[in-house]
Design a protein around this ligand. Structure first.
Ligand SMILES: Cc1cc2nc3c(=O)[nH]c(=O)nc-3n(C[C@H](O)[C@H](O)[C@H](O)COP(=O)(O)OP(=O)(O)OC[C@H]3O[C@@H](n4cnc5c(N)ncnc54)[C@H](O)[C@@H]3O)c2cc1C
Ligand code: SF4
Length: 836
């Protein structure tokens, strides 16, 4: 039996133990692990959660019992002070010697402490261990009791910002001091840093860039910092987070080769200059780099285990440093090469200062490959972008859609379903778990639900960035295996949309916070907030002017954001019928604000190119002329398209225009799980293409035929017949029932066609519910719709007339500042955004 000694029981040392304990050749090894810290390995990535958890137990990667069960000797509070490579011995600080056959150095790193005068004064801290956090908390309380509230954090990198958030949460007035001219200089470019800085400052943390500290001031304790520019600032405590230094001291004294700037040199087998000694994690210098993230450390642990058990696994030549984090309440992500800027690369950027969003992607000149990128303020595209990057997947024709989404739809799900990824696609980078491994764990029957998949594959168990994708994969795989999947809205609500709809309606829940309090957990996220906003709107006909913080981004400003950061203005034109006077108003407004105009497939006129501060001014003029919001930005009724019908067409059987207008007027503003479109044709020639809509009405002998659940778009579907030869009133009655039934029961962002596909019993069942009233719900559904119809209000009119609601536009209206980065080029007597 060979003896393996692991020095360091941090995240990577633990991972080594876990991998070796699970290996088929486990019985060939005796395992002893030394940890200088008092407790077994814990999750340093989520270290800051210690402040809210108030206990280290939930952070432990495994309890002591796990080591015992796996026959691993864990020696905590024991430090290795010397290695004797010749005799293959290690010496503890208590002078006890232990023999090894393989020695694994997983000693991690320690925070770099700049050589400043006074740095050892009381009141100066580092941010690495639970004890550090305890010390910071205690000292902050002590200072606050003395009426001293100012904390400084030295370092504006990833860990510095994490520390800054902690001191702010402890009630200290926090200042971040960074030597470089930008925050997170390794991950962000200048524009991203500028935006992050302003977001952080909005939250009450001051940021001082390009500041070079000279000495720590104070007699008995630190009282301030003096900078090289001679400026002095008083602070009551200081947390240093100015980078990391590998803990290579043991290796140096044992004569093992280390790098000139620190770190134990290793080859791609993780072997040091002594073949019996391996180094893994933050202490290892691989390919001239030290990698301060946990994913490369886990890969190193896996390679080292494979090597000592006789395998031939090697470390990848390049290390991926992609990361997604939430820093001081702001989503920040970077992947691949975030900065690359050469002749072979095109950088596409999108910035919206009002909303605090910056996105950059770097693609090859031919538009075929994604090389890297940066996301600040909204990292919801991270998982799909990362998959495109890491698997070199082909990009859509308009690569800009990767960060903007198809216009007006809000989401940029350009990658399609997670199931479309190749089996080899790496989903969880921290634990190197592929899509194939996740799906196979379910297909083989080894796992039956998400929890088991996470336990068995470890996917999403570390930083959690890939969680949404893992959830998608598990759900889709279970469905493909014919199993029913409870589609909960997100991790904050353990309910499906339909269940939440019922809970809110029955219990008359007044708002998102109350719902989160009663039925959810945590603080909510960008998935559940718009879903809940839509539910409140559907039940109570709430407009997007209420509960603004939970609205989808387009709803927040009642307009669709366009490719160059401008907005579109889309007034309602019911049934496509418009008077010459109103046409002229549209023309005048478009001229006055220099807007591009286009007649759309929905038979209305879209005005493009408005800046945010112009929106209320434009809408004021339109509302004065009798226009209303067209809800082109909402998941709600868009248009009811019509042909000219019997009023003008010689084939027309009924007045399709009047009926379309009546229907559009009835359902305008109705919010639903996804957008809704309708159409009315005056005869079976179908000039209004009504069967390509969510509901289509076609005039026939003896009345109207009502078709439902058609879609255009990428997966077109003809609507299917629900009922025939209906008079106007019955047609509207069935439509009321159908629409409310869909709104109540569909999953978020599910259009009517896939909803019908999923509905057990399909169209026959739907006919029973709507036409035959088999559930006895008919009257209830009609009453519900009637109530919503009566509560309709144009949300642009409402916003303009209410000073409270206008507050969110006030800032923009009152500014003369225009966005001088907007560049337009002429096109066919109008203008368009300059192509990227
Ligand atoms: C606040 C914070 C947030 C972070 N957030 C992220 C994140 O979001 N994403 C990410 O990927 N990474 C993050 N990291 C980095 C991540 O935690 C590290 O990459 C990871 O912990 C490195 O693991 P390691 O085992 O190499 O080192 P460590 O976790 O530092 O473990 C080394 C252990 O060895 C012990 N040791 C050292 N010398 C000896 C000796 N001579 N004898 C005995 N024991 C010894 C040390 O006491 C320590 O317990 C974060 C780190 C911090 C501090
Ligand atoms: S659908 Fe029929 S009624 Fe309508 S325009 Fe076409 S031919 Fe005329």
């Amino acid at each position: 039996m060979k003896k393996v000694i692991i020095v360091g029981n941090g995240m990577v040392g633990y991972k080594f133990c876990e991998k070796l304990a699970a290996h088929a050749n486990r019985s060939d090894f005796e395992i002893v692990v030394f940890g200088e810290e008092a407790r077994p390995a814990y999750d340093r990535v989520h270290l800051s959660e210690y402040f809210s958890l108030k206990s280290s137990e939930p952070l432990l990667l495994a309890p002591r019992a796990w080591y015992e069960e796996n026959d691993i000797e864990l020696r905590t509070s024991e430090m290795i002070s010397e290695i004797d490579p010749k005799s293959k011995l290690v010496l503890t600080h208590k002078n006890e010697a232990f023999h090894y056959d393989y020695l694994i150095l997983a000693t991690g790193s320690s925070p770099f402490i700049p050589p400043l005068e006074g740095v050892s004064k009381p009141g100066v801290f580092i941010y690495r261990t639970i004890e550090d956090l305890e010390g910071i908390e205690e000292y902050a309380h002590k200072m606050k009791n003395k009426g001293r509230f100012k904390a400084a954090v030295l370092g504006g990198g990833l860990l510095g910002l994490e520390a800054a958030n902690a001191t702010k949460e402890l009630g200290m007035e926090t200042h971040v001091i960074e030597f470089a001219p930008r925050l997170m200089p390794r991950q962000l470019d200048q524009a991203a840093s500028d935006l992050l800085k302003s977001k952080i400052e909005d939250l009450g943390i001051s940021v001082h860039l390009s500041k070079n500290s000279k000495q720590i001031l104070g007699e008995n304790e630190m009282t301030g910092i003096e900078f090289h520019d001679e400026e002095k600032a008083s602070y009551d405590m200081l947390v240093i987070s100015a980078g990391i230094r590998p803990r290579d001291e043991l290796a140096i004294s044992a004569g093992i080769v280390t790098g000139s700037r620190g770190g134990i040199e290793v080859n791609n087998k993780m072997q040091t200059s002594d073949p019996s000694i391996y180094a893994i994690g933050e202490v290892a210098l691989y390919n001239n780099g030290i990698y301060g993230l946990v994913a490369p450390g886990y890969e190193m642990a896996s390679v080292a285990v494979d090597q000592i058990t006789g395998g031939d696994k090697l470390m990848s030549p390049t290390i991926d440093m992609s990361t997604k984090l939430k820093l001081v309440g702001t989503e920040v992500a970077s992947f691949g090469d975030p900065f690359i800027d050469d002749e072979q690369t095109t950088a596409i950027t999108y910035e919206n200062k009002q909303k605090g969003i910056y996105k950059r992607i770097n693609i090859t000149k031919d538009g075929k490959k994604l090389l890297g990128g940066i996301l600040v303020g909204d990292a919801s595209d991270y998982n799909s972008l990362f998959q495109l990057y890491i698997n070199s997947l082909p990009l859509p024709e308009d690569a800009e859609e990767l960060i903007l989404g198809s216009r007006g739809e809000g989401s940029s799900s350009t990658m399609g379903s997670a199931l479309d990824l190749p089996d080899s696609a790496q989903i969880c980078s921290c634990e190197a778990v592929s899509k194939g491994a996740i799906c196979d764990s379910l297909k083989s029957g080894a796992c039956t639900n998400l929890k088991e998949v996470v336990q068995s594959t470890k996917a999403s168990s570390c930083c959690g960035g890939c969680k949404p994708m893992v959830v998608d994969l598990v759900n889709e795989t279970l469905k493909s295996l014919g199993q029913e999947v409870k589609e909960t809205v997100c991790e904050h609500f353990d309910y499906s949309r339909q269940e939440l709809y019922d809970l809110i309606k029955i219990n008359k829940i007044g708002g998102y916070d109350e719902a989160l309090d009663k039925y959810g957990k945590g603080h909510g996220c960008e998935i559940c907030k718009p879903v809940m906003a839509s539910i409140f709107a559907s039940i109570f006909m709430e407009t997007a002017n209420r509960q603004v913080p939970i609205q989808d981004s387009n709803d927040r400003f009642l307009a669709n954001i366009q490719r160059n950061g401008t907005y579109s203005v889309v007034p309602r034109v019911p049934g496509g019928e418009i008077t010459p006077d109103k046409l002229m108003v549209l023309g005048e407004v478009a001229k006055k604000y220099d807007l591009y105009t286009k007649i759309t497939g929905g038979q209305r006129i879209d005005l493009f190119g408005a800046q945010l501060h112009e929106l209320p001014l434009i809408w004021q003029e339109l509302i004065d002329a009798g226009f209303e919001s067209g809800h082109a930005y909402g998941k709600s009724l868009r248009t009811v398209k019509s042909c000219v019908g019997s009023t003008w067409c010689r084939y027309g059987m009924h007045d399709s225009v009047s009926f379309a207008i009546r229907i559009e007027e009835r359902y305008k503003g109705l919010r639903s799980p996804h957008k809704l479109k309708g159409g009315v044709s005056g005869c079976i020639r179908e000039c209004a293409e009504a069967r390509g809509k969510d509901f289509g009405i076609i005039a026939v002998e003896g009345g109207w035929n009502l078709y439902v659940c058609g879609n255009g778009g990428a997966t077109p579907k003809h609507a299917v017949l629900l009922a025939s030869q209906l008079d106007d009133e019955t047609c509207i009655k069935y439509l009321d029932r159908f629409l409310i039934y869909y709104i109540r029961t569909a999953a978020p962002l599910m259009r009517t066609a896939p909803w019908l596909d999923k509905l057990e019993g399909g169209i026959d069942y739907l006919k029973k519910v709507v036409v035959e009233d088999s559930l006895g719900l008919g009257e209830e559904l009609e009453n519900e719709m009637e109530e919503l119809v009566n509560r309709y209000a144009c949300e642009w009119k409402e916003a303009i007339e209410s000073p409270e609601m206008m507050k969110r536009f006030k800032h923009f209206v009152n500014t003369d500042e225009t966005d001088d980065r907007l560049v337009f080029v002429p096109m066919r007597d109008q203008k368009m955004p300059k192509p990227w």
